[in-house]
Design a protein around this ligand. Structure first.
Ligand code: GLN
Length: 773
């Protein structure tokens, strides 16, 4: 391919910039050549299209890098040169840089359409990349909540991908049909589609949080025959009949054995490649050492893509066996004779997969690193959506928190019942750890945390684990841990008194930050023993964005730690509300779609809710939930009817970069001493009626209820409405205690609450205040 002069200049300038960055600044160079070339020649990626006979692009929230790399390895079996962005630089600049680099190793014959392009692409960048590369296939893996401060709501990501596909009508969408969020894109676009999925229940994993189990057509809640994890599974809408599309590529015979997953990929004639050949004429038997169900999806996606582009499936088993995960993806190291396993996790679903692994493999130490740089997303409230609770009560587990948001992580762990220490580096964690030989340290970090951790680990690595896969390393560590348990058992079995102490159930012991042990009642709250303080969580399944559920956990624990009898119940879809026993209610935020799904339910119970509020009932309403307390929420032509319980109206702002108010925020309020801190992300603009009082005055211009009048939230008797996530109480324990005190007063107890040790919360506040400057 001969290049036009502008592109030639752009390529040279880009390469020079990359060289300068590597040589002079000692940086990896990654995106830079591509970014510089793009600046000089915005269409440069389109001009590279003629290098390729075929292009395949992989997108989705989790598993992009793993799938793309495995796919590229399989495609190499065609004998054609494969150009790919292995390191996960997945914006347009990263893809451009990968092509610029790969192009140099092509012969001139290969430059005339002899190569295959295999690229992972950020979800939002599909809109830029698809029209330029016009791939034959777009593989869509899954859509989970991730970096919502960048993506807005998942609906927006769906819109972008659908638009990207419209701009490249020849592209066939290969999509995970188990994910209703992916299937709904397939339903909307006119591109050809190929559905893949797991065609039987596996019963192995499931999550508390799902990112939408509503029908893409009519918004009714979906019925599931079975759920794999998150919102993935076999679903059907009981109202309109929309269901998981028929699987062109169906995975069956899925068995999790001691050595990982085995399964069979079956494909019908719908899954045909360019030459019309069926993707898998025979079912393909796959055996893998991986133990996460997500890998079954990733492998299926990669193998399907590779088959569709003509790679020989008889070679796939070998490719998979030799597959080396990318840097920081299930990578093993040996440090000080101890095995360390490092893995990236950057959203609740990814984190849950790791937490399950730690829980099930007798890991004796783990260190979590959470950064909030641009590439990670500035909002980390999703930490409250991950199931850290599963680590509670593991008596020997040592837990460390690091990263720019180490303090927030500590708060999260605290309310999950998991004490932790700060360790900003792996060495700091290892120094503070007491691990027997062979016991594993799990290192989990998010996007920008991981490369730094890998740098450190590579320096410290003694190399012994280099030949072990992650699975072998885990098995070895498990065996070491079991030996340890056996030794501990022998000790415990000796003197009876000591043994008793050793088996004392962890749950009954007092947590370090509690004034009393769980179940103990403080004398001043004896009167509540017969009818504990009740926290009612409204529509937890639908209204649960950004860890808002954490508010319930915080209220509950702050009562428990003080010896206040307390219980939690919930009001779910289809239930008649009865607030007669409720002392504090909480409703979280939700995407517009979730709000639409819940409005009917709320209207049915609006009278009961209004009566509760008029009776002085305490209610914390966050963002989407706060909007629903008002009269209406207008979404362009659509309208969501609110409960009409307080005087406010909300309108969604139009399109454009400023349509959503997103960022870290602070408000001065009369009801608590210190500023209320949190994170906002909303398209709706709320205006209070004259007679309503705001929660406070925004400390930052252009934030709060509507970005205009300087107010944030609302206080109306016992109701606190706010746009703040975080979850809001995690950084504002004073507000939590205001709600508890108010609820106690309504129960006839005018007490000042005993102060708790809020060191972790104070740490998180101090770190957050620096971010606001
Ligand atoms: N969907 C609503 C909005 O965009 C609420 C969002 C939320 O709860 N975070 O304004």
């Amino acid at each position: 391919m001969s290049m036009n002069p502008r592109n030639a200049v752009a390529v040279t300038a880009g390469r020079l910039a990359g060289w300068a960055s590597r040589t002079l600044l000692h940086r990896s160079g990654g995106n830079i050549p591509g970014a510089v070339a793009l600046r000089l020649s915005p269409q440069i990626l389109a001009s590279f299209r003629s290098l390729f006979s075929d292009v395949i692009v992989v997108t989705g929230t989790n598993g992009k890098t793993t799938t793309t790399n495995l796919l590229a390895d399989c495609l190499a079996q065609t004998g054609k040169p494969v150009i790919t962005n292995r390191a996960g630089n997945n914006l347009e600049g990263g893809i451009t840089a990968a092509v610029m680099q790969g192009r140099r190793s092509l012969t001139s014959a290969q430059r005339r359409g002899g190569a295959i392009g295999c690229f992972e692409c950020d979800e939002l960048y599909t809109a830029r990349v698809l029209p330029k590369l016009r791939p034959r296939y777009l593989v869509l893996l899954n859509l989970f909540r991730d970096q919502l401060d960048r993506f807005g709501e998942i609906d927006h990501t769906q819109d972008v991908i659908a638009k990207a596909l419209a701009s490249s009508p020849e592209t066939t969408l290969v999509f995970n049909a188990d994910d209703p969020l992916c299937a709904s894109i397939a339903r909307r676009v006119s591109n050809p589609t190929i559905a893949f999925g797991l065609d039987e229940p596996t019963g192995t994993e499931s999550d508390k949080v799902s990112d939408s189990r509503f029908c893409a057509v009519c918004n009714a809640p979906l019925d599931y025959d079975y759920v794999q994890y998150g919102q993935l599974g076999k679903y059907r809408c009981p109202k309109c009949g929309w269901e998981r599309p028929e699987l062109a590529v169906a995975v069956r015979n899925i068995v999790l054995g001691p050595r990982g997953y085995t399964f069979r990929i079956n494909a019908g004639s719908q899954a045909a490649g360019p030459a019309g050949a069926t993707a898998f004429p025979e079912p393909l038997a796959v055996g893998t050492a991986y133990r996460g169900l997500y890998m079954v999806y990733n492998i299926t996606a990669a193998f399907t893509g590779a088959r569709l582009l003509g790679a020989p499936s008889e070679r796939f088993a070998e490719v998979l066996a030799n597959y080396k995960p990318a840097r920081g993806r299930m990578q093993t190291f040996t440090v000080g004779g101890r095995p360390v396993l490092a893995n990236l996790a950057k959203n609740p679903v990814g984190f849950d997969r790791m937490l399950q692994l730690i829980k099930n493999s007798s890991g004796h130490a783990c260190a979590f690193y959470i950064n909030d740089n641009d590439a990670d997303g500035h909002d980390i409230s999703w930490l409250w959506d991950a199931d850290f609770e599963c680590l509670a009560g593991m008596p020997d587990l040592q837990v460390f928190a690091g990263g720019t948001r180490a303090n927030d992580l500590q708060v999260r762990l605290k309310y999950a019942g998991v004490p932790s220490k700060i360790a900003l580096t792996v060495s700091e964690a290892l120094d503070q750890c007491t691990l027997s030989t062979g016991e594993m340290l799990y290192v989990v970090g998010n996007y920008t945390a991981m490369p730094v951790l890998c740098d450190e680990l590579e320096k410290l690595d003694e190399g012994d684990a280099a030949n072990m896969t992650a699975e072998e390393a885990i098995a070895a560590a498990d065996a070491a841990a079991e030996k340890d348990v056996a030794a501990a058992d022998r000790v415990a079995a000796a003197p009876a008194a000591e043994a008793d102490a050793a088996v004392k159930p962890a749950a009954a012991s007092r947590e370090p930050w509690a004034l009393l042990a769980p179940g103990e009642i403080a004398p001043e709250f004896k009167a509540l023993a017969a009818r504990p303080l009740r926290i009612t969580h409204l529509y937890p399944e639908e209204m649960n964005l950004y860890g808002d559920t954490g508010n319930v956990q915080m209220l509950y624990k702050r009562c428990l730690w003080r010896g206040i009898p307390v219980e939690v119940n919930s009001l779910n879809r289809g239930e008649q509300a009865d607030f007669s026993g409720t002392d504090i209610a909480m409703i979280g935020g939700g995407a517009d779609r979730d709000q639409l799904a819940v409005q009917g339910e709320l209207l049915k119970n609006a009278d009961a809710l209004r009566a509760y509020i008029n009776d002085g009932g305490v209610l914390l309403a966050i963002c989407g939930g706060y909007q629903l307390l008002g009269r209406h929420y207008y979404l362009g032509d659509e309208k969501i009817e609110g409960a009409g319980a307080v005087g406010l109206e909300t309108r969604r702002a139009g399109e454009g970069p400023k349509a959503r108010l997103i960022g870290n925020v602070s408000v001065r309020s009369e009801i608590v001493r210190d500023p209320i801190l949190g994170f906002e992300n909303h398209g709706g603009r709320t205006f209070l009626d004259e007679n309503e009082k705001p929660l406070g005055v925004s400390q930052l211009p252009g934030t709060g209820n509507n970005g205009e009048d300087g107010f944030e939230g609302l206080v109306h008797d016992g109701v606190v409405g706010t746009y703040f996530h975080g979850p809001v109480l995690s950084k504002n324990p004073q507000l939590a205690d205001w709600l508890i005190e108010r609820a106690l007063r309504r129960r006839g107890m005018d007490v000042a609450l005993a102060p708790l040790n809020d060191a972790e919360e104070e740490g998180a506040r101090a770190a957050f205040e620096k971010l606001l400057k």
